[in-house]
Design a protein around this ligand. Structure first.
Ligand code: GUN
Length: 291
């Protein structure tokens, strides 16, 4: 039976340390502030944003939420970003994704001041990750590395299989784990992978990040493997009071019986994503202080 990696506890330690840094910044008159932009009313996005804003407040930081109708024009959104870019009281800017179909996401992300790009989605931030340069690291991949390190799971020489090549998780995570400092051997699998199970069965660490409920089954994982579940799928549940429950990309019970370590959903990767966002906002405020 696998050891369950408790993301909430690991995240709480990080948040405590960040609260102390925020208190120091406040002595200098700086309150780290994140501008949060949401277009439309996607329930999952609303819930993510509420979680992020609550965590900011609990750590002594501020959020400035800008909720706009789904039919907001791209020009209006770009103007809002330009305003936040030049506002000295704003240290980080988060544009909640996905954006409505009429908006060009790439143009929007390119409009962010890289110094305020706490999501790490601007192409300059992406390039910095690949080149192993300083810069904002996307929150979920950064959180997964912290989870693995805090759980003392060896990465040097480990065979890691990531399933899912998204810009938010799979691609940056593959780059991070294959850095010289972490030294894992990474295989990035996706919908074009011919024999997925042959790859995952060979892995010391399987990272499921493809957004398909319970896709990774026990026969796809070798005994003793570490399994990290990035999935956050809403599946209908008539027993639940809001009509759904969260479910990961891993078939949790049978996989947990076989793995050495596993992350639950919720309570695994999610809390680390939020903790890393808080860290990036503190880092942004600290760096902007001296400019
Ligand atoms: N949508 C899903 N995850 C994220 C995230 O980490 N940041 C933003 N901006 N949007 C998201």
């Amino acid at each position: 039976m696998a050891t369950i990696i408790n993301g909430k506890i690991i995240a709480q330690h990080i948040r405590n340390a960040l609260a102390a840094k925020v208190a120091e910044l406040k002595k200098e008159g700086i309150v780290p502030t994140l501008a949060v932009i949401l277009l439309g009313e996607d329930p999952a996005s609303l819930s993510y944003i509420a979680g992020k804003e609550k965590a900011l407040a609990q750590t002594g930081m501020k959020s400035r939420e800008k909720r706009l109708p789904a039919d907001t024009s791209e020009a209006q959104l770009l103007q809002l970003i330009a305003d936040f870019n030049t506002d000295p009281s704003v240290h980080g800017i988060l544009v909640q994704l996905p954006l409505p179909a009429h908006i060009n996401t790439e143009r929007v992300l390119c409009a962010l001041d890289p110094a305020k790009d706490v999501d790490g989605f601007h192409p300059l931030s992406v390039g910095n990750v690949i080149l192993e340069r300083a810069g904002f690291i996307p929150c979920t991949p950064q959180g997964i590395v912290v989870l693995l390190q805090e759980s003392h799971i060896p990465l040097d020489g480990a065979e890691v299989v990531i399933v899912g090549r998204s810009n938010l998780v799979g691609k940056p995570l593959a780059n991070l784990l294959s850095r010289r400092s972490l030294n894992a051997t990474v295989t990035l699998c996706h919908t074009g992978t011919k024999n997925l199970a042959a790859h995952t069965r060979n892995a010391d660490i399987v990272i499921a990040a493809m957004g398909k409920p319970r896709f990774i089954t026990a026969d796809m994982v070798r005994a003793g493997a570490v399994v990290i579940d990035v999935g956050m799928n809403r599946v209908a549940d008539t027993q639940a009071k809001n009509g759904y429950r969260l479910c990961g990309d891993v078939d949790y019970v049978p996989v947990a019986a076989k793995a050495s370590y596993i992350t639950p959903v919720p309570g695994g990767v999610g809390p680390l994503t939020i903790a890393m966002l808080l860290k990036n906002v503190v880092d942004a405020a600290t760096a902007l202080r001296s400019t």
